[in-house]
Design a protein around this ligand. Structure first.
Ligand code: BMA
Length: 338
């Protein structure tokens, strides 16, 4: 029962490197990491925690860019190969549904999905406290801001890439106004992307210390014939501050509040200099994944040290085999309680 298939299109031009011979991990880093470094455009100091998707004959990205005044905004980028990016110096400007400009003091940690020919962006925005902003675009030229999805304080809003039984689904992580020292992953449903309800708890902190303080959804869930594959981040508080690692979970396909498997060990933890050293040391923060259903290849994009964009590769059979042997459900997972 180890077989698993990604449900989705072929992506022959997915960024890819074969697993190095001496690697004993189910995921391996791109050898030219980081793919985006310091001061990538005149206005921006650091780009990290960003989202990408296939677009045209290449790729599009919505990037978290901290400006040189250290305010984060979302910037657009395009790439032929998913590794070398042309990033716009001007941030994305939003219009509301009446066509009026709708700017935010800050925007960070975007995720990007395509649902029925519309691209949706979720990110952390401000409304008297951090909460989940939601917007859409058809062409990456005009961007329409929809209603914020939740009350503050909330972060890490991640939409599923298709409706499930007619409903949109979003993961999120209720938080506080600062560097939240707690946090579990919740799931909410909406018929219209405006009103969200049927809230359920999906995953709790606990288990290995790497995910003991808070967790948050990472890339948009990847559909497989065994469930939704979710990369997520887990945080441990050390005497030198928070350390962000990356893990994986498989959620039930019809009811994604049910956790089938979740990693006991981390998949990626800060090891490389670009992960351990930067504006905020010791951060690996996954926000996007490209998949090729034909080969089972996955390219995971993660922010490193709040400074860089990095890429890691895995293959769905290898990852699932690892997950089967490294799964530990935690008390409070799949909590249907109301
Ligand atoms: C979180 C978010 C992320 C950031 C992380 C580590 O609270 O702000 O954008 O990568 O902290 O600083």
């Amino acid at each position: 029962m180890k077989n698993i298939k990604i449900i989705g299109g072929a992506l022959p031009n997915i960024p890819w490197q074969d697993k190095p011979e001496n690697c004993d991990s189910p995921i391996w880093r791109h050898t030219e990491n980081p793919i985006i470094g310091w001061n990538p455009t005149p206005k921006t100091a650091r780009i990290f925690n960003s989202a990408v998707l296939p677009y045209g004959d290449g790729f599009v990205g919505v990037f978290r860019a901290d400006h040189k005044r250290i305010t984060p905004q979302l910037h657009l980028g395009f790439s032929k190969d998913g590794l070398h990016w042309d990033i716009e110096d001007e941030e994305i400007h939003w219009l509301d549904t009446d066509g009026k400009p709708h700017e935010s003091d800050y925007c960070y940690d975007p995720r990007l999905v395509k649902i029925e020919d519309i691209y949706y962006i979720t990110w952390c925005t401000c409304m008297g406290g951090p909460t989940i902003g939601l917007g859409m675009t058809m062409d990456f030229k005009t961007f329409t801001r929809l209603e914020n999805s939740f009350l503050p304080c909330n972060r890490n809003g991640v939409l599923f890439p298709r409706k499930i039984n007619g409903m949109y689904y979003m993961l999120s992580r209720p938080s506080d106004n600062g560097h939240t020292p707690f946090g579990d992953i919740y799931l909410s449903q909406s018929a219209d992307l405006t009103f969200w309800g049927r809230h359920r708890k999906v995953m709790s902190t606990g288990g290995g210390w790497w995910q003991s303080m808070k967790i948050g959804a990472g890339s948009a869930p990847i559909e497989t014939d065994r469930g939704w594959l979710l990369f997520y981040h887990g945080v441990v508080n050390t005497c030198n501050g928070y350390v962000y690692s990356c893990g994986a979970a498989l959620l039930d396909i019809e009811n994604p509040s049910k956790v089938l498997y979740r990693s006991d060990d981390y998949l990626i933890t800060p090891e490389e200099p670009y992960e351990t050293t930067g504006f905020v040391p010791n951060v690996c923060f996954p926000c996007a994944a490209l998949t090729d259903a034909a080969t089972g290849r996955i390219a995971l994009y993660y922010g490193a040290a709040d400074t860089y964009v990095a890429v890691a590769y895995t293959q769905i059979d290898e990852l699932f085999g690892w997950l089967l042997n490294h799964s530990q459900l935690i008390d409070g997972d799949s909590d249907e309680g109301r």
